[in-house]
Structures are given as C-alpha cells and as structure tokens.
Design a protein around this ligand. Sequence first.
Ligand code: ADP
Ligand code: ZN
Length: 743
Amino acid sequence: MHAEVAVPLHIFQTFTYRLTPEQSVQAEVGSRLVVPLGRSLVTAYIVGLIDELPENLADIDIREAQSLVDAVPVCSPEILQLARWVADYYSCPLGEVIKAALPPGMTPSLRRSRQAAFAKPKLRRFVRLSSQSNEGKLTAAQQRVISTLVTNGPMQLQLLLQTAGVSASTISSLEKKARVEIYDEAIRRDPLSDTLGVSSSEHTLTVAQASVLQQIEQRMSPEGYTAFLLHGVTGSGKTEIYMRAMQKALSIGRSAMMLVPEIALTPVFSRQLRSRFGDQVAIFHSSLQKGERFDEWTRVKNGEARVVIGTRSAVFAPAKNLGLIVVDEEHESSYRQQESPYYNARDVAIVRAQKESATVVLGSATPSLESFNNASKGKYRLLSLPERIAARPLATARIIDMRNVFARHGKPKVFSDELLEAIRETHERGEQSIILLNRRGYSSFILCRSCGETIQCPNCDVTLTYHRSERVIVCHYCNHRAPVPRVCPACGKKYIYYVGEGTEQLEEMLKMLFPALRIARIDRDTTTRRKPFEQSLADFSAGKIDTLVGTQMLAKGHDFPNVTLVGVVSVDAGLALPDFRSAERTFQLITQVAGRAGRGHRPGRVLIQTYHPYHYALRHACAQDYEAFYEEELRNRQNHSYPPFVALASLLVHGPDLSRVRADSLELRKQLDLVNQDRRSRVLGPAPAPLSRLKGEHRFQILIKSRSRKNLREIADAAMKAIADGGVNLRSINLEIDPVSIM
Ligand code: ADP
Ligand code: ZN
C-alpha cells in the first residue's frame, strides 16, 4: 500500500511513499508518518491511502516510509476536512495547516538528530500494595510504607518516600519481597493546578440577557448551523451569556468551544472557568508548556474534556459533537495568524460550525466592519445588548485638544492639565485609573540635534526605541539591541536628544508628579514573564495599586470595578498608520478602553488627548455611537474600494537583496497582468511596503482587489504558479487572503 502525505513545510504539493506490509495494516489517514525527504527525515501526515498507484507514478520512483508514529490518528476526519478548507481558502500548504492545528511538539523537526522528541504523556513512578498478601518480618521503615499505602491507596513514588520518611532502597526491598508493586502511570500536567478555590457566582440573568440566551439556545438543540453576532456594549454581561450557552450545550450532550484573543485568557478568568466547568474544561493558550498543551489536547480528544477555551489555534481542537462555538471579541486582530498559514480563527470558526452543524456566536462591543455588514445583510442574526448591567451608565468620553494645550504652554506637553487633574481627583476619592499609551519603552526615537540624524535599526526601516531601565536602544520589530550611544554615530557630536514618550517614561513622570500614587506598568516589556504580569493585575484588582500605565494590552477584557478614570495619552500614531483599518482600530481601541471605566457602582470617565480632535473615529467613539461610525466607515470603504466591498489579497515579496526583490515583484506584477487581461480584478503595485525593510529583508507589496473572490484567487494562484515555474522561491512571497492589515 502507499500513503499520500502532506509535509509540515512551505511546500504545496503532497508526496507518495511506499508502506511496509506491517505499516499498511496499521496506517490510517490522519496519522503521522516519518518519511525521507531529500536528504533529511520529516514527520509528515497521511492525507490519503492508495491501493493502486496512479499511472503517472512508477513504483521505482517511490521511496519507502521510515516509520509510522501513531496507531490512532492524531487528526480526525473532521479536523482534516477543516484543515483542507483552510489550505484551500487561504492558499497555503495543507501540511502547514495540519501542523498549526496540532499542539506544539507533535511535529518535531528531525533534521539533526534522527531521534525525534515527540510530545507525549508524562509518566511517573507509582507504588501500590501487592495483591498477594505475603507474610514475613518487616523493618520499621518497611512497616511505615505499608501502612502509608493502606491509608492512602496507590501513591506517586516521590510522595510516598516523603510521607513515610524512607529511602528508595526500602521500597525496592519491599518490591523484592513482593509486598508492593512499582509501575508507571501518566499524570496530567494541569495548567490550572494552582487554582485557588475561586468561586464563580452565577448571576440571575437580566431580562435582556435572558432573551439573548433564549435565542441562542433555541438554535442549539436541533442540529443545524446558525451564526449570531452579539453586539453588546462593554459591561453588558456577554460573558455570562457565553457561560450559560456553553452549559446548555453540555446539557444536551454536545461539546462547546470558546475562542478568546491572546490577552484575554487571564488567570482569573481561567480559574472562574475551572470553578464552573470543573475537569470538563480544557485550556489552550500559547503560554502553557508543551506538556500541558499536549495533555489538554489529549483530554479533548478522548472526550474527557468537553469545553474548550483557548486562543486562535484552539479552533482546531478535536472536540467531538460540537454544539456551540463562541468567538469573544470577534474583531480582534490576534485571531489572524501572522505567519503562514495566515488563517483567521474567527472565520475558521464559522466554517467549522457550518461543517459540524453547530451554533456560532460572534461577540463584541465593536464588531468588525465585515461582521456587522454580514449581520445587516442577514448572513448572521443580530443580537444586541445596548445597555450595561444594572443600567450602569457607559463612561463619558471627552477629547482633549492638544493643540490648545500646546498654545497655552508654548511647548508640547505629555500630559494636559485636565488629565493630571483627573488623575489627582480620582486618587483622592480612593478610586483607580488606567493610563494608556500605545508605545512601550522610554522614548520613541533618538535624534541628533546637531546633524538631524535619527538612529535606525540596522535590519529594519524603523527608528530604535530607548529603554532606560536596561540602558539600551531596541528595535520593536526584530529586537535588535545596542548600548545607548553617548555621541551621535553619524557626526560624533554629543547633542543626543530623546523624542516622544513611551510607557516607561510615563510611569516615571507620574511617579515624580504624584509621589503618593502607587503605580505599575504593563506592556510587552513587563509581560514576557507571566508571573510579574499576573501579579500586577492581581495587585491592581486587590487595590494595592492605584494606577496602571500601559499599552493597549490594558484595553481589553479586564473587569476592575474601582476604575473610574481612563486616560489615553495619545491616539495620533494609530490614526496615522497607512492602513485601511486604522480608523476602525482606533475606534475599537477607544470604545474598548472606555469600557474599562465605570464598571462598578461609580460612573467612569475617559479623557483622550489628540491633535486631531475632529477625526470621525474619535467623534463617534466619544459619542459611543457604533452605528454612526459603522455607516461613515462603510462609505469610506466603498469610496476607496476596500473590504467588505471587495475581496483583498496582499502579496508581499521579501528578501535580503533589494534588486532581486524588486525584480521578482515586477515579474509577479507582469504575470498578474497576463492572467488578468479582462481587468476583472484591480492590481496595485509593486510598491515598497509601509515597513519597507524588516529583519534584514526588503519588502515590496502588491495588492489585488476584486469584486469576485473567485477571480482574485484564480489570478493570484496562476501568477504564483507562473513565477514559481520561472524559478522564484515561493517562500519569498507571502500571499495573504483577507489580510487584517496591509502594513
Ligand atoms: P461584557 O463581557 O459584556 O463586557 P461582562 O460579562 O464582563 O460584560 O459583565 C460585566 C459585569 O457584570 C461583570 O462584573 C459581571 O460579573 C456582571 N454581571 C454579568 N451579568 C450579571 C447579572 N445578570 N447580574 C449582575 N451582574 C452581572
Ligand atoms: Zn529591527
């Protein structure tokens, strides 16, 4: 027999291998197979079994598979089918998709050592009393072991040694006397083992919540696909609805899945889930260890866990008989994978629900333009929760015109007097504040006042950011680090000047202005380690910190009832990004961050500093008017032919050699024109990408816009194939279908 396999590499074709008679008996579609590829070995996935070779393949050309890894397939037919859809829709290799769908460590690279270290269950030594009841004299230590085992039942060896206070030799002599047995057993690596008896109080649903829940539940019992968009303002109690709907799915014998953005799976939330769903819940999150991920995945696969909560890749969790998929904060860009395979988990969730006859609920206070458009066209059913729980008012948002502040002081200020005053007042009332700036580090760039040079990253087309606590300048794209220069590298003069503020500097300024204020900072610099990050959030929650300073990580999901002030130091950098989603992103950011204020009994307020006070994204965000923003943004998208009015694809050609990148992108354009002679699609570029150099590579971009998604795909695929045939390595071109940003 022969197996058709997909390899976990950026290679679009599948390969065929000969199986030994023994492998032929055991092999199944969805199992891993180690095969030789070129001069190395790779772990591939069986995607088809072939009894008779097609005529174009001669048996002599076919190599033999090395070994079959699984007796039971790791990829079920449903997941394989979903992976095929992803590979097809996003035009990416099937093997890459399957790899992304499995927990990390399932597809180890075999290139160097021929011995693969596959993720597997963790075994521990256990000791139990032997079934034979042998008589015979025992030492005191041996007696202690026996009585400990009588009291506790089988125990892990290490624990037994400690409890009975004996050494390993005592146990082995007991084993020789056949009084005890030593054996291995898989133990579960539980990411929530440190759950501190968190209780999650179930609320009595409000009338509005009950009505939304009822509509979701109604669709869940007879199997069938329904998609809902739940547009609920921040603090309207969406989470409670998700929980109840998931409980409903369980109660009718189906499983449930909830996807959350990267940052939202806080320890607090995870523990609440555990207290609600007990061992039924499995958690998928990128900061879990490989072993934990593997065990959670195994529990879902075995059907032990029927509730899956996780970030992006959890959409591929092998849950059986799925009744419900919730996508919380569906507008979040972290659902999109930023490397091949470039899939969007929200869209995969929709397709999975269709294929498995499940209900899908997309939820957000600021739905993406695409989703709201789908709802208004009737593709999704729209549910709304226009009010906060307990009729708490939404925070009032106000714009602070920094042009006036500049005029008043005759120089640029980081903090307006209004914002400083608000921080002071809030603190005096014993309430908490959040200060947000979307730029980490101390200052955004370094300028020489003598010659005007800025210090650039040697690998990327960006300036380096000063990080004062570490005394380094850092590239936020490639992490290039260098010591802080004492003199200008260009002219040698010492007039080095730091321009623009980052979160690190804000923290320092606030500490100086308000010595009594207890301040903590949360951004990517402070969150690389999980523990201090969790600690800051916990301290803030417990009231041990008055003010949190941070980047947009703070804008999402957190529920701190004592926060009554949110200050946004600047949104202007975000508004100015050369991306068709920059207004939408800014609107979402402000609405979400405003949602952090006034969640308790006291009303909240939001102050936004900007030099563009009349920008429509800011105006509508301040008025908390999603629909008005949606209408205006939709017109803009229509005028400039952007999604949802056209399908969009981005082709990014990248490489270390500028002339090569330019030549390849011109060739790609030529091929696109050849297959697009009827001009049904519009091709733009090539032009240098907004980030024209990144990690040592030059980047040119081509965009394709089309009213026909089919046509767009046809010409993109044909042009890619043509230039691959012409010898261009496809790894140097990122083809993104439905890109979430075009930076
Ligand atoms: P959203 O996800 O819509 O922003 P949350 O689900 O976080 O809103 O709910 C906001 C707050 O209201 C939370 O503190 C939550 O515990 C609380 N809450 C939710 N439902 C109810 C209810 N029916 N009665 C009282 N409080 C509720
Ligand atoms: Zn860089």
